[in-house]
Each structure stands twice: as structure tokens, then as C-alpha cells.
Design a protein around this ligand. Structure first.
Ligand SMILES: *Cc1c(COP(=O)(O)O)cnc(C)c1O
Length: 462
């Protein structure tokens, strides 16, 4: 009998005692799917000559099926430990909400609310009203609106302000953000016609002026986000574009991407103008994300001049792009923290992580290593090292923040094996491999992650 033939069939396995026990607790199709998965792995092992007799023992095989059933039954969307050092990590959910937002989510998610009810007048109200006043107060804008995300904000604004008309954009700003959001495509979708001006590295005010025709509907600036053009470059400042727009009677819009409400220059995070600066420069429509530098939930925020926001508020697309009540509760809770800048910096995790100083991270790194080492066997070695972390979220692509890394070694595991095993845990731990070492960045590790990290490393150490 070849080793492939020795692998039992699904219906044989189904009557085993261990499997019968599983069937009493899990749906039959799930158990069958798990058995098929395990058998596939065994067949692969057999073909490569790696199948061992022990793998076919019913107790061993049933054990693997049980593990597989549990894996299939576990929630797919799960918490992870972010040890990558990328603060606004789009793949890991971008920003963490501030603790104070917890209560708001609880109240609004689990009870009825005045979402679209005006309690003063006793009649239907607007869901957008809950954050509009706050956004105007914080940014100095006349009007505000919030939607599902910034991509939706850009789509809505282009559809409402420039459908069937030309939109002038600098060639250096025709960006693609991850996940196939490309400015030219969004523009087409919004029914606007793209009119590119300037060159990749240099665009001047005269380029915009020269491109304006009777068909022009909007002047657009887009934040270059995830890349930087360095060297011989020129771009037109928002304020200069506003002067041109006023002169020609054209609205000016800026998709600023990350959208920061506090000046982070003091913390060495320079070169990003705040939302307030764009508003003060007179930009008619400013759009940005809720979950990037703002540190809130996924949302698209639009602030600007009343006359330009009004067509967005009455556009039919708004209903399809609308923000949901949980997001709104989280956004209002986050924005309220910004009424006191010190509170925002202290309580919003994204800002706290970004502004953590090198000294602070060094002290914290040493403390984490001491604490973990007390709980772990000697086969786990943790070594603090100096390194750099990134902002992420399409902001400050070239900026490197000085941080403390922890190099992790567990017994004889190679860095690749260690990375894989940590990634496969119930609460996965994600880090990076650099120069043959597996590294965790102290900046993005949360206090509540520490017990999990200890358990995870103890488990791997065996
Ligand atoms: C991130 C980004 C977007 C997309 O924002 P989402 O909130 O992810 O939809 C659009 N434009 C710019 C310039 C960005 O940086």
C-alpha cells in the first residue's frame, strides 16, 4: 500500500469516537470541512515523502481535526498585537479609539438615540448635526459633513460640485492610495473630467490659470500622501490656488488625506499643515479621513464654506455614503477630546504613540523586557535595541521616528519560524524580521497586550 492509500477516507473518520464527540458540538458540514482540510495536508505530506505512521494514528488525526474545527469556528475578525511599529497601519485597522469613546459606543449601540431626531423641536433631525458644530468650532469652517470614509468624501464632493465639468489637478498629485483608490478613477466615477496640469515634479500657478476654460468647475489639490517628490520640485500652495479661484469664480477643493487637527511640529513630526490652516487659507472644501492622524473611527470628514457644502448635503449619493451611528458616536467622542489639545494628545492613542519620545520608549522597552523575562523560561531571550518606526496611513512617508525595538529569540526557532508561529496564535502577534532578527516595536505595543505577549512566548517556548 502506498502512503497515499493509507490515508483514511472521510466517511471512515466520521464514525471515530473522537469525531462523534466533535459532531455533538459543531455542525456536521464544519466537521467535514475540517476533516477534508486535514486530509489535504496529509496527502501533501505523503507526496513529498514526509508522512509518518504516527500522523495516521486515529487519536492524532482526530486531534488535528478538532484543532481545525476550532480554527474554522473562531471569529474571523480578531484582535492582533501590533509590534510592527507602523502606527496608522491600514491592514491592522488604522487608529485605536480613545478609552473615553467606549462609553459613547455602549450608550448609542445598545440603546435608542436621537440619531435623526431633533429633541428641541420634537421632529425629525439630521444625523450630521451631531458633529457639524464641533467640526466648525475645531477647524474654523462654516459648515461640515461626515461620510463613510475619505474616498466617499472625495467622490461626493466631485459628484456634487463638478459632475460634467472639468477639474484641474496637478500631475504631481494624481495619487493612488492603497486598495486601488486612484484620483483619476474617482474623478471619472464622480462624472468629472480630469484636466492635468504641470509636470510630475513641478506645477506653477500659471499652469492652473492656463488650463481654465468655460468648462472648468473646480480646482483640486490632493495630498501626495504615501510618496514624496524630492529635489527640483514646485507645487502651488493652497492659499495661492484660492486667490486664483476667487479671481475666476471657481471653487477650490483640497483632499488632504490624513487631516491633522494639532500641529505635531513640536514633536518632530513636521511638514503637514493642519486642517485649520487649509480652512484659514480659504479652501472651499477640505476632505480628510477620520481614522488616520485624527485617531478616530473610519470616516470621511468634509469641512468648508456653507455654499459649497450645501450641494453635498442635498446630493442623492449622500444617502449611499452615510456614516452609521456607531461611527458617529466614536467620531463625536474623539472630536470632543480635541476641544482641549492637551487632552487630545494624552488620550488619543494614535497621537500618544506618534508623539512618544525616544527616552520614553527606551524606558518602556526596558520595563517590558524586565516584566516579560520574569514570567518566561530561559529559552526566551529578549534584547532591547534602538531602531525606527513609521507613521503609516499615507502620512509622512519619509519620516522615521526613533524607537526601541525588542529582538525576540525563542529556543532554536529561526526568525521565520518564530514569525509564522506568532502570526498563527489565537491573538496573533505581528512584528518584522530585519537582518535575521525578529523584532517587536515598543511604540505600537499596548499595555493590554503585555499579558498576551507573555502567554504567547511561554507557549512557543514550550
Ligand atoms: C488615505 C487617503 C484617501 C482615502 O481615505 P480613506 O479614508 O481611506 O477612504 C484619499 N486621499 C488621500 C490623499 C489619502 O491620503
Amino acid at each position: 500500500m502506498t502512503s497515499l492509500q493509507r490515508i483514511p477516507k472521510v466517511d471512515k473518520i466520521l464514525v471515530w469516537e473522537g469525531i462523534q464527540l466533535l459532531l455533538s458540538r459543531h455542525p456536521r458540514p464544519a466537521v467535514i470541512e475540517a476533516i477534508r482540510g486535514v486530509l489535504d495536508e496529509l496527502r501533501t505530506a505523503a507526496r513529498t515523502g514526509l508522512l509518518q505512521d504516527a500522523d495516521l494514528a486515529p487519536a492524532v488525526l482526530a486531534g488535528r481535526v478538532a484543532t481545525e474545527v476550532e480554527r474554522l469556528a473562531a471569529a474571523s475578525l480578531r484582535r492582533v498585537v501590533n509590534g510592527t511599529g507602523v502606527v496608522i497601519h491600514t491592514n491592522l485597522g488604522r487608529s485605536l479609539l480613545a478609552d473615553s469613546v467606549h462609553a459613547a459606543l455602549d450608550e448609542i449601540g445598545f440603546g435608542y438615540s436621537n440619531l435623526e431626531y431633533d429633541l428641541e423641536k420634537g421632529e425629525r433631525g439630521s444625523r450630521y448635526s451631531h458633529v457639524e458644530r464641533l467640526l466648525c468650532e475645531l477647524t474654523g469652517a462654516e459648515a461640515a459633513l461626515v461620510v463613510n470614509n475619505n474616498a466617499a468624501a472625495v467622490l461626493l464632493a466631485l459628484s456634487a460640485l463638478a459632475a460634467g465639468r472639468e477639474v484641474i489637478v496637478s500631475r504631481g498629485e494624481l495619487v493612488e492610495i492603497g486598495g486601488s483608490f486612484r484620483i483619476p478613477d474617482v474623478m471619472r466615477q464622480g462624472g468629472a473630467l480630469l484636466r492635468e496640469v504641470g509636470t510630475t515634479n513641478r506645477t506653477h500657478l500659471r499652469d492652473y490659470r492656463g488650463a481654465v476654460t468655460g468648462e472648468t468647475g473646480l480646482l483640486l489639490k490632493v495630498h501626495s500622501s504615501n510618496f514624496a517628490v524630492v529635489g527640483f520640485t514646485a507645487e502651488v500652495a493652497a492659499g495661492d490656488l484660492v486667490v486664483l479661484g476667487r479671481e475666476l469664480g471657481l471653487p477650490v477643493m483640497a483632499d488632504i488625506g490624513s487631516g491633522c487637527l494639532v500641529d505635531l511640529g513640536r514633536y518632530g513630526i513636521c511638514g503637514e499643515p493642519t486642517v485649520q490652516e487649509f480652512v484659514a487659507a480659504g479652501v472651499d472644501v477640505v476632505t480628510f479621513s477620520g481614522d488616520k492622524l485624527l485617531g478616530g473611527p473610519q470616516a470621511g470628514i468634509i469641512v468648508g464654506r456653507s455654499s459649497c457644502i450645501a450641494p453635498l448635503k442635498s446630493h442623492p449619493l449622500l444617502r449611499a455614503l452615510r456614516i452609521d451611528k456607531l461611527t458617529l458616536a466614536a467620531l463625536e467622542g474623539t472630536l470632543r477630546l480635541y476641544r482641549d489639545e492637551r487632552q487630545a494628545l494624552a488620550e488619543i492613542p494614535t497621537l500618544r504613540m506618534l508623539t512618544a519620545s525616544a527616552d520614553e520608549l527606551k524606558t518602556r522597552g526596558r520595563r517590558i523586557v524586565r516584566r516579560l523575562c520574569r514570567e518566561l523560561p530561559a529559552s526566551v531571550t529578549l534584547t532591547p535595541l534602538a531602531g525606527v518606526s513609521q507613521v503609516g496611513g499615507g502620512a509622512y512617508p519619509l519620516l522615521e521616528l526613533v524607537t526601541t525595538l525588542i529582538a525576540v529569540e525563542v529556543g532554536q526557532l529561526s526568525p521565520q519560524e518564530l514569525e509564522l508561529q506568532l502570526r498563527r496564535l489565537t491573538v496573533p502577534v505581528l512584528g518584522r524580521i530585519h537582518k535575521g532578527r525578529f523584532l517587536l516595536d515598543v511604540r505600537t505595543i499596548q499595555e493590554r497586550d503585555l499579558p498576551l505577549l507573555a502567554t504567547a512566548l511561554a507557549e512557543l517556548a514550550g
